[in-house]
Design a protein around this ligand. Structure first.
Ligand SMILES: *[C@@H]1O[C@H](CO)[C@@H](O)[C@H](O)[C@H]1NC(C)=O
Ligand SMILES: *[C@@H]1O[C@H](CO)[C@@H](O)[C@H](O)[C@H]1NC(C)=O
Ligand SMILES: *[C@@H]1O[C@H](CO)[C@@H](O)[C@H](O)[C@H]1NC(C)=O
Ligand SMILES: *[C@@H]1O[C@H](CO)[C@@H](O)[C@H](O)[C@H]1NC(C)=O
Ligand SMILES: *[C@@H]1O[C@H](CO)[C@@H](O)[C@H](O)[C@H]1NC(C)=O
Ligand SMILES: *[C@@H]1O[C@H](CO)[C@@H](O)[C@H](O)[C@H]1NC(C)=O
Ligand SMILES: *[C@@H]1O[C@H](CO)[C@@H](O)[C@H](O)[C@H]1NC(C)=O
Ligand SMILES: *[C@@H]1O[C@H](CO)[C@@H](O)[C@H](O)[C@H]1NC(C)=O
Ligand SMILES: *[C@@H]1O[C@H](CO)[C@@H](O)[C@H](O)[C@H]1NC(C)=O
Ligand SMILES: *[C@@H]1O[C@H](CO)[C@@H](O)[C@H](O)[C@H]1NC(C)=O
Length: 651
């Protein structure tokens, strides 16, 4: 067994040699390699084993382990009889369930009984040679911490030979796609701390994940043990919120409160493993020139050198890259969930506006901001969606009407060369399967034309392109200047002798545009947005009592086109114009992105054929999010859509 303590990490050593002042010495955890795999051991014990008669034996085993930390496995059983074979069966199951536990944790075996009758007969020799264990303890020799609830959950741990202290163990992963700002571990006070560990990697963060074996999903905690990373615009107690800006990160202290949106997911049992990169202040940025403060995360699909879209870039790229991560959350104001979901080939949604509270989350525009979640399969996506969007209800049936826009304003990506032709065939095949599933035929609509023929009588707007050309740009710039830019710049100047903080080109230019607008502009923008929203819900996608939404409005989200990182682009400008992407933004409806395939291209990076994702966006009436989640789960059961893998290929 290859075992060595690599480093006692990051202790805070504050030495003040004044009048007998205190020395502060705080261990912040240990990194070590066991069987060649890097692990992190929490600094504070979570329990203590009463070693009793086994004490001498354990201390002697501990001599072989630096720091006296003995790797061991806790097994919980309700079996009345336990022999080597039954233990082996459990361990075999663990090996396929969990990436943290390994046979290296078999030096010690701790068996606790959770059965209803009497204690089990344990027919294992004290050395249990066949399993490689040097010592076997059973729960009769054990008293957990103070509370019964602190009994050891099944899985891997370290026990300190001299004290019997039990430490939680995390496996360490390298964030090779540079998607994270930092990894996190619980701080023991209901909050989180930045992970102090680091494994080998070029300019990368390290992420620590706990064993999956510790958690069992229940009705109260349906997401128990699911590993979550959050976009670095959500506040989490104990952590700084950086919003993709170095000056902002440096200026403000760690937060003392977790945003309710994140807390809801933690309450459902998710475990937070890190904060992911956002493009600056959640404004749209394209790799890599726009990303001055942080380096743009790498999209894992295709050749690995495609833009990961924005602004929930780290959350989208990490979902497409890391099988050790289950969920990531981001936000969508004008496409910040849907863009990354599309190009990273994962499931991702913009929910109905107001689906979850956004207190303690950085604002772009409160009228438009929403909180979405990424996943790699429709069913686990639905589980999380039902938990998070708790105030919505499912529908009795699915809609019987499919609307598909044929005009370019409704489906801009249809016209994007070179892949569009092939992507069209893929969209067509998918919609044909959906028609069969729902027992209907699609209705092709000219979206811009619908406005012309059914627009409200009192509207003077000749077209949607005129009505909504600047609405989005006006709202996000005016709101963000008032709610974030002005107070931040003032705070920074006050703290830095009048100096201005650095702002990336995209937010800088957008705020610059916003500062030119008259004070009446926001009222006008909201009036236009409301006109569109009311028109959309009365003329295009109507609510329905049985299917929640009368129809499903589909449009292409990603078409397998390239968008290389190593391209020099023109400077970013304010986001004008109207496209299909803006429908849900102004209509406050859900817009959910589902990967349906991948298309081949010849990579200028690798010189060989690679593949990029093709995905479809689904819009339904406002508040029908759970109907859509249920539909996708049903489509996955029917084999019409499939879970996606991590890495270069989706399937
Ligand atoms: C005992 O724990 C095991 C492992 O966690 C679990 O599968 C089993 O259902 C538990 N039994 C009871 C009676 O709680
Ligand atoms: C939490 O932080 C806020 C903002 O910095 C501050 O106003 C508040 O007093 C803090 N609350 C506590 C309990 O420390
Ligand atoms: C959902 O409902 C609960 C209970 O009524 C309420 O406290 C909460 O604010 C609601 N959330 C949203 C996002 O409306
Ligand atoms: C769909 O169109 C086909 C061919 O035009 C027709 O045979 C079929 O009845 C239609 N199905 C529905 C549900 O309208
Ligand atoms: C809608 O009306 C505008 C203004 O008259 C016109 O420019 C546009 O072509 C029309 N669009 C469609 C699809 O009819
Ligand atoms: C148009 O009419 C609707 C419904 O009566 C009203 O709510 C809206 O404010 C009007 N819009 C304009 C631009 O007058
Ligand atoms: C609102 O719509 C009118 C057309 O009715 C358009 O001229 C104006 O530019 C729009 N303003 C905003 C802020 O969207
Ligand atoms: C949209 O607004 C921008 C900025 O005012 C302007 O340059 C552009 O011509 C407008 N486009 C349309 C279609 O109105
Ligand atoms: C709901 O949709 C169904 C099927 O399209 C339709 O028959 C029904 O009339 C709709 N109900 C309402 C209240 O619009
Ligand atoms: C890749 O290049 C080869 C050789 O030029 C060509 O035959 C093939 O069609 C190309 N494939 C794609 C997907 O563009």
């Amino acid at each position: 067994m290859n075992y060595f303590v690599r480093l006692w990490l990051g202790f805070t050593l504050a030495l003040t040699i004044v009048n007998g002042a205190q020395v502060s010495f705080e261990l912040s955890g240990t990194t070590l390699k066991l069987g060649g795999i890097p692990y992190f051991v929490s600094p504070s014990p979570i329990s203590q084993l009463q070693l009793g008669a086994a004490s001498k034996q354990i201390q002697s085993i501990g001599k072989a382990f630096p720091g006296g930390l003995i790797p061991f496995s806790a097994i919980t059983t309700d079996a009345a009889f336990l022999d080597q074979n039954s233990v082996q069966r459990t361990l075999n199951a663990w090996a396929s369930l969990d990436d943290v536990w390994s046979t290296s944790f078999l030096t010690g075996l701790f068996i606790s009984f959770n059965g209803t009758s009497r204690s089990p007969v344990v027919s294992l020799s004290n050395s249990a040679k066949g399993l490689g264990a040097q010592v076997v303890l059973t729960s009769t020799q054990y008293a957990s911490g103070t509370k019964a609830s602190e009994k050891l959950a099944p899985g891997p741990y370290f026990v300190e030979a001299s004290t019997g202290n039990v430490y939680q163990v995390f496996r360490l992963y390298n964030d090779e796609n540079q998607a994270f700002v930092y990894g996190t571990v619980p701080d023991g006070n209901g909050g989180f701390a930045e992970l102090s560990a680091h494994v080998e990697g070029a300019a990368t963060e390290t992420i620590a994940v706990p064993s999956r074996l510790h958690y069992t999903a229940t009705k109260e905690k349906p997401l128990a043990g699911k590993r979550l990373a959050v976009k670095d615009i959500y506040d989490v107690q104990g952590l700084k919120t950086g919003c993709g800006n170095r000056a902002f990160f440096e200026l403000y202290p760690a937060k003392n409160k977790t945003s309710p949106a994140v807390q809801r997911l933690l309450d459902g049992g998710m475990v937070l493993v890190g904060k992911t990169k956002t493009s600056q202040f959640a404004n749209g940025e394209t790799a890599t020139g726009d990303w001055v403060d942080l380096h743009a995360p790498y999209n894992a699909r295709g050749d690995g050198y495609q833009d990961g879209s924005s602004s929930s870039t780290g959350s989208g790229t990490s979902m497409g890259a890391y099988s050790w991560l289950d969920y990531t959350i981001g936000s969508d104001t004008g496409g910040s969930m849907r863009g990354p979901a599309g190009v990273n080939g994962v499931f991702g949604n913009r929910p109905s506006h107001g689906a979850v509270p956004l207190d303690d989350v950085m604002p772009l525009s409160p009228e438009l901001d929403t909180a979405g979640i990424f996943a790699r399969d429709a069913k686990s996506w639905a589980t999380a969606g039902h938990w998070w969007y708790q105030n919505f209800t499912s529908a009795k049936s699915f809609p019987k009407k499919i609307l598909f826009p044929t005009d370019t304003s409704g489906s801009s990506s249809l016209t994007t060369p070179p892949a569009a032709g092939t992507a069209n065939a893929m969209f067509n095949t998918f919609i044909t399967k959906l028609e069969k599933f729902l027992g209907t035929n699609r209705t092709e609509v000219n979206f811009a034309g619908m406005w012309n023929t059914t627009k409200p009588a009192n509207s003077t707007a000749p077209s949607l392109a005129v009505l909504l050309n600047t609405t989005y740009a006006d709202l996000i710039t005016l709101d963000q200047i008032a709610l974030l830019a002005d107070p931040f710049i003032a705070d920074y100047k006050a703290a830095h002798g009048g100096r201005t903080p650095f702002i990336n080109p995209a937010p800088f230019n957008r705020w610059g545009y916003g500062r030119t607008l008259p004070s009446t502009q926001k009222v006008e923008a909201i009036a236009n947005k409301t006109t569109f929203m009311n028109w959309f819900s009365s003329q295009v996608v109507k609510p329905n009592a049985t299917s929640c939404s009368e129809s499903l409005f589909l449009y292409p989200q990603s078409s397998g086109s390239t968008n290389y990182r190593n391209i020099f682009r023109s400077a970013p400008t304010a986001p004008f114009g109207f496209s299909a992407n803006r429908i849900a933004v102004h209509a406050e409806t859900p817009d959910m992105v589902v990967p349906i395939g991948e298309l081949a291209y010849n990579s200028t990076i690798t010189g060989v054929t690679e593949f990029l994702p093709v995905s479809v966006s689904f819009i339904a009436a406002k508040g029908c999010d759970l109907m859509l989640f249920d539909l996708f789960a049903a489509l996955q059961d029917a084999g019409i859509i499939s879970p996606v893998k991590t890495g270069s290929r989706l399937f």
